[in-house]
Design a protein around this ligand. Structure first.
Ligand code: SF4
Length: 296
């Protein structure tokens, strides 16, 4: 992984994308870094102007994946920075924007152009993930617009907490939203993430009103999110969104990200938590399916 955090206080190295390594969204670890992307250097005020314009963004890593983060083969870009502090986060190194690397939007879009053929042939596209991509809305706007100008399918992977940052104009350039609903009960949501549930619920309703194609993701953590009433609340909410929801993915908790917490000197509270049993996973999937939701 490329890290340029020490240079960001004075200027902005930006990195070019290269060979992809396996990274991941919220349920898998991101290890790729920004190899191949060109690191951008800019004087501080010039950097701020470029960030505001969406020309420059803070990127954690990228990877080329198939059958995750949306349909087909996808170029998934993980942006740095997140307002949530999920206890089970598998990539706590994406929480702080300063840990990312400055990458020019044009550089990323050249990468999209390079993989356009394989993405089109497989029904894939670009997925913008994080961290929380909507921490950098101007950059996301540039990437979405650039990808759509190339007629590339676009997806955004978000908790919805900053959903108001995604304007209607930007949503016009989004083909698919991967919406992480981390709990259905506000108290549990706050325990899991440190934040309020309401913005996520409001964002999902907006997607439903617009008819934006949506996949829901729910991370199942024994002792944290698995209570029957919590899953009932999530599944009731998801069912209320209607036809915009194409599928629900129940993602079993695992311990693959725990080393990163240690490396960052951060306190990890789920050290004694086991992955859910197959029976528990089936019970939870069954709660979604009972509402007619296509669930994996
Ligand atoms: S939303 Fe939660 S799981 Fe995803 S990057 Fe932020 S803290 Fe980690």
């Amino acid at each position: 992984m490329t890290t340029q955090t020490d240079q960001r206080s004075t200027g902005a190295p930006v990195v070019a994308l290269g060979t992809p390594l396996v990274g991941g969204s919220h349920e898998r670890t991101h290890g790729a870094g920004t190899a191949g992307l060109t690191e951008v250097e800019a004087e501080r005020s010039a950097r701020l102007a470029a960030v505001r314009a969406g020309d420059l963004g803070s990127v954690h890593s990228w990877e080329l994946v198939t059958a995750v983060d949306g349909p087909g083969t996808r170029l998934t870009v993980f942006l740095a920075g997140c307002p949530l502090r999920c206890l089970y986060c598998h990539n706590p190194d994406t929480m702080e924007m300063r840990r990312g690397t400055d990458v020019a939007a044009d550089d990323l879009l050249r990468r999209v152009q390079r993989y356009r053929g394989v993405m089109k042939a497989t029904g894939g596209g670009l997925t913008i993930s994080g961290g929380e991509p909507l921490m950098q809305p101007a950059y996301v706007r540039r990437l979405l617009r650039g990808a759509k100008a190339m007629e590339v399918h676009t997806a955004i992977d978000t908790s919805g907490f900053l959903g108001t940052q995604l304007s209607d104009e930007m949503l016009d350039d989004v083909d698919l939203v991967l919406l992480d609903v981390k709990s259905g009960i506000p108290e549990t949501y706050r325990k899991v993430t440190g934040q309020d549930l309401a913005p996520t619920l409001a964002f999902g309703r907006r997607l439903a009103e617009r008819g934006t194609r949506t996949w829901i993701r729910f991370v199942l953590v024994p002792g944290l999110t698995d209570a029957v009433e919590n899953v009932e609340a999530v599944s009731d909410y998801v069912a209320s969104l209607g036809e915009c929801v194409e599928r629900v993915e129940v993602l079993p908790f695992h311990q693959m990200g725990r080393d990163k917490w240690d490396e960052l000197g951060m306190r990890y509270e789920l050290g004694d938590t086991e992955p859910p049993s197959p029976e528990l996973v089936e019970r939870v999937r069954g709660q979604f399916r009972a509402r007619g939701l296509t669930t994996f």
